[in-house]
Design a protein around this ligand. Structure first.
Ligand SMILES: *[C@@H]1O[C@H](CO)[C@@H](O)[C@H](O)[C@H]1NC(C)=O
Ligand SMILES: *[C@@H]1O[C@H](CO)[C@@H](O)[C@H](O)[C@H]1NC(C)=O
Ligand SMILES: *[C@@H]1O[C@H](CO)[C@@H](O)[C@H](O)[C@H]1NC(C)=O
Ligand SMILES: *[C@@H]1O[C@H](CO)[C@@H](O)[C@H](O)[C@H]1NC(C)=O
Length: 458
């Protein structure tokens, strides 16, 4: 059909596969939210809701996944630590000397053997410098994100306000309380020691990434679920929105933020994911759809080859990891894009570049344990990411081959605990063996609900 790569064709291809999606669920016939409605952007609000109904009706298949999330939220509730950027040792401050600035080191950067002080650090792709673990901010921010997300889901499934209090504690400590909050910037994330401090004159080029906040989409969904509780006060929400607005402005205007927007590999997609999550949280749907049209889709057309390979990722030392990591970013951006009316999952160029091609390119190598992978790979052929991607691909493209691949790759032992099951169509994958489930037979109502869910997937 489409033979050329004229920009208008790209736009048509992108908008043509519009994905109708209820980001707020449930709504009435006028589109107004019903009481208790939830609004999530990465996790599918409708599936979450229907799955909870089935759980409450006594079905037990999701228990392993729900229990896992509740265990994380319970451990978080029992952990009184104040997670904050201000906990880092005062002798390990970023070049700004401001303890409220987030500080982490580029993982592939090492002391320079040609200088007496080792500065500036030099890049050795694929080789982790263990010095990154001296700085706590990266790991602590992941705890905050993970706990807020798990508390949001646990609150949604159980209604237990303890989880809201725990999620709020993490949010207040990291983002709100004056004494402990992080400044809304990542100027010194993945920092390369020995490079000049950030000023307006800092060159606008892609750096070693802003991946420390790449999981912001889970944070935003966690906040969305927590805020349905009366424990979550309007002033907490306002304070968070203020923080996120400042951080969004930093992403859009600072040298490092603007530099990242020009990255043509996975880093650029993860940057878009951050912007998109913030636009959605701040109800700016116009900017969200423009971003996908102006940035995400054009990047996909240069990043993905017609055969589905991604040369910038294959050029990395850890080429298998980065190829699956880039595909993961595209699936996340595709899920977020469902809220905007500009489709990513169905996007395809005239010469066949698409997300589906990416997964179709990777899966045969995965099924072969990495054998035949056409470029050097310094890391392992880890299958964890591709297993998740196959499940996502099965939901999105509804082709049995992806589910078969996932099952084969996980040795036909279902990951019954997998949290993805909580926002996927009910029992679409990783269903426990019948003996684990107290309710074994499918009720007519449940089957009808599943059919309805499937009808809404695309
Ligand atoms: C709520 O969760 C907390 C933390 O896990 C637990 O101690 C408490 O018993 C739960 N409350 C109810 C009513 O289940
Ligand atoms: C160190 O010096 C050698 C010899 O001049 C040079 O080949 C190498 O690239 C230098 N390494 C760095 C990291 O600058
Ligand atoms: C996207 O591109 C359109 C058309 O070129 C332009 O009008 C709009 O301002 C751009 N939006 C963003 C967010 O860059
Ligand atoms: C690869 O696997 C080996 C053995 O399990 C492990 O020791 C090593 O750390 C792994 N390497 C990477 C890069 O994950």
């Amino acid at each position: 059909m489409r033979k050329t790569l004229h920009p208008l064709n790209l736009l048509l291809a992108a908008t043509h596969l519009l994905v109708a999606h209820a980001k707020i669920y449930p709504i009435d016939s006028q589109g107004q939210p019903l009481p208790g409605a939830i609004e999530t952007y990465y996790m599918d609000a409708e599936n979450l809701w229907l799955n909870r109904d089935l759980y409450r009706s006594g079905r037990r298949e999701l228990n392993p996944a729900i229990n896992r999330i509740i265990r994380i939220a319970t451990e978080a509730s029992n952990d009184p630590t104040t997670y904050t950027v201000t906990a880092k040792p005062s002798n390990l401050l970023p070049p700004s000397n401001d303890i409220h600035d987030f500080y982490s080191l580029g993982r592939y950067y090492w002391p320079n053997g040609n200088t007496t002080d080792g500065l500036p650090y030099v890049r050795k792709d694929g080789l982790f410098n263990p010095e990154i673990y001296d700085l706590p901010d990266t790991a602590w921010l992941q705890v905050v994100i993970n706990d807020v997300w798990a508390c949001g889901l646990s609150y949604f499934y159980t209604g237990n306000e303890t989880f809201v209090e725990t999620g709020l504690k993490r949010l207040r400590d990291w983002f709100i309380n004056e004494n402990t909050k992080m400044n809304p910037n990542l100027n010194y994330a993945a920092w390369v020691k020995g490079t000049p401090a950030i000023t307006d004159a800092t060159p606008v080029t892609p750096g070693p990434g802003l991946l420390d906040l790449s999981k912001i989409y889970l944070l935003v969904d966690g906040i969305s679920l927590l805020r349905t509780s009366p424990t979550f006060t309007p002033s907490d929400l306002q304070a968070l929105q203020t923080w996120f607005r400042s951080y969004l402005s930093w992403l859009l205007t600072s040298p490092r933020g603007r530099g990242e927007s020009t990255a043509l590999n996975n880093q650029g997609t993860w940057y878009d994911i951050q912007l998109l999550s913030l636009y959605l949280l701040l109800s700016d749907s116009t900017s969200a759809s423009s971003l996908i049209k102006n940035s995400t889709i054009p990047r996909m057309t240069s990043q993905i080859m017609p055969d589905g390979s991604m040369p910038l990722e294959q050029a990395r030392a850890d080429s298998w990891h980065y190829s699956t990591f880039a595909a993961e970013a595209l699936f996340v951006v595709g899920d977020l894009a469902k809220n905007t009316g500009v489709g990513v999952f169905g996007f395809q160029t005239g010469d066949g570049r698409s997300l589906k091609r990416v997964i179709d390119y990777l899966v045969p190598y995965a099924l072969n344990g990495g054998q035949g992978w056409p470029v050097p790979n310094s890391g392992n052929f880890s299958m964890d990411e591709i297993i998740e991607l196959c499940k996502e691909a099965y939901i999105v493209y509804k082709d049995q081959k992806y589910l078969d691949a996932a099952n084969q790759l996980q040795g036909n032992s279902p990951q019954t605990w997998n949290p993805m099951r909580l926002w996927a169509p009910y029992n679409v994958f990783d269903v426990p063996a019948a003996s684990d489930a107290t309710v074994k037979r499918w009720s007519v109502a449940a089957l009808a609900a599943i059919a309805a869910v499937w009808a809404c997937v695309m």
